[in-house]
Design a protein around this ligand. Structure first.
Ligand code: FE2
Length: 428
């Protein structure tokens, strides 16, 4: 074997994981195998890789260019980005995005859905990110979405730019219907996105209802189009923050439509926790999709970092466990069974959103991608925002983290709770 991971927790079991030729070869207790390298996991939890379902890699690391977003609002962020994007080059986009991909991989995110702003007339975002997808494929699997940040119909050139990005080879078609000048144009945009995706056999990922306006209801149109076009599982609606202002009757009706359509919802807790509710007097709405209620209704929900040090968000370090931790707070996912569900939103539910389940998961025969956390169970992973002790890609250890050690009066402080968890005592 090429690599053997001893005593690692997978699901409810402590097992050994043997890897050969980049795939999981054998998984079971006390395997009698030799390997070129052995990792002693000491009872730590392993999961398949983290999946970042929504990341604007073209804008990452541009905070302050050409000026800072002084108000911190979504609209000023769009204006600042508009002032910058026509001056970008594919190489500049590639270099900044590559840096974020390196941060992501180091923290166990090995699948990313990126958004390229195709309303930039210079095509720099889409060209830079397509190069990134192809050149970094051994490190991280990337899907690129053609995202018309300025809307498809707000400028007569934009529809052609979306089609041009499709010709260049994107994986998904995007939209932003709530940003169109009228609701009628927003509806037209949704239908156009579905037509294009169907014609070119692409997935769909639309920025949908990212507003505090409870009358913004393009999500129900997306669900209906998903059913009419037979695209179950291939459609994602991202942000959906207007849902945080929907009243209960409409919400319950919508949840049923969404579940039946098989649409995926992506929650992006970082920017939306700061952008939504800005115009409200106190008490302020905080504008989140109803993650808890959607899961209860049977809707697949996953997570994205969305923005990292860009015109909309000056913070961020590409850690999806941090995003899950933050989303837990805003969506009330603190029940004993709900906390582990947040880790599933960051892993296997993300894989379902990206449509990569066939090549995802710790199972014999599948690609040997996994993350070993410095924690014994999912609750401790989320609570501690646990370091990724080892990250393995296609059977190779690509990242290792040595956790920080704190002492108090000369004695180590481990910050470890949940002492009954399997493997807890042996993690350090
Ligand atoms: Fe976004």
């Amino acid at each position: 074997m090429d690599l053997l991971v001893r005593n690692v927790r997978v699901g409810e079991r402590i097992v050994d994981v043997a890897i050969e030729g980049g795939r999981f070869a054998r998984i079971g207790p006390d395997l009698d195998v030799d390997a070129a390298r052995t990792v002693e996991a000491g009872g730590r939890l392993a999961t398949p890789p983290l999946v970042d379902c929504h990341l604007h890699l073209d804008a990452s690391l541009t905070a302050g260019k050409p000026r800072h977003n002084l108000s911190g609002t979504l609209i000023e962020g769009i204006h600042v980005w508009g002032e910058l994007k026509e001056s970008l080059t594919p190489d500049d986009v590639f270099e900044r995005a590559q840096e974020i991909v390196r941060w992501s991989a180091a923290q166990g995110t090995l699948h990313i859905r990126a958004h390229a702003d195709v309303s930039a007339k210079n095509e720099a975002p889409v060209r830079g990110l397509l190069r990134l997808r192809d050149e970094l494929a051994d490190l991280v699997t990337i899907q690129v979405t053609a995202f018309p940040q300025d809307g498809i119909y707000s400028d007569p050139r934009n529809e052609g730019l979306v089609e041009r990005a499709i010709d260049l080879g994107v994986d998904c078609v995007g939209g932003i219907p709530h940003y169109e000048p009228t609701a009628e144009l927003g509806l037209r945009e949704v239908h156009r996105v579905f037509e294009l995706a169907k014609r070119h056999n692409l997935r769909i990922d639309v920025h949908c209802d990212e507003t505090d306006d409870p009358q913004s209801r393009f999500l129900e149109v997306m669900a209906d189009d998903t059913v009419r076009h037979g695209l179950r599982g291939r459609v994602t609606a991202s942000h959906c923050t207007a849902m945080g202002s929907y009243e209960p009757y409409y919400s319950s009706k919508l949840h049923g439509f969404l579940a039946r359509s098989g649409i995926n919802i992506v929650v992006n807790p970082y920017a939306n926790s700061l952008i939504q509710g800005r115009l409200d007097p106190y008490p302020k709405r905080r504008g989140f999709a109803q993650l808890k209620e959607l899961l209860a209704a049977g809707v697949n929900v996953s997570l994205g970092n969305d923005v990292i040090m860009d015109p909309w968000y000056p913070m961020g370090k590409a850690d999806l466990v941090d995003a899950a931790h933050l989303a837990l707070h805003f969506t009330y996912m603190s029940g004993l069974e709900e906390i582990p569900e947040m880790l599933r939103c960051a892993t296997e539910r993300g894989a379902r959103t990206l449509g990569i389940e066939d090549e995802y998961g710790i199972e014999e025969g599948k690609p040997a991608d996994l993350v070993i956390f410095d924690a014994p169970d999912p609750i401790e992973v989320i609570r501690l925002r646990a370091p990724r002790r080892w990250v393995i890609r296609r059977g190779r250890v690509i990242a290792e983290t040595t956790p920080a050690q704190t002492t108090l009066l000369g004695e180590p402080v481990l910050f470890r709770g949940n002492p009954g968890s399997p493997g807890a005592p042996s993690c350090r």
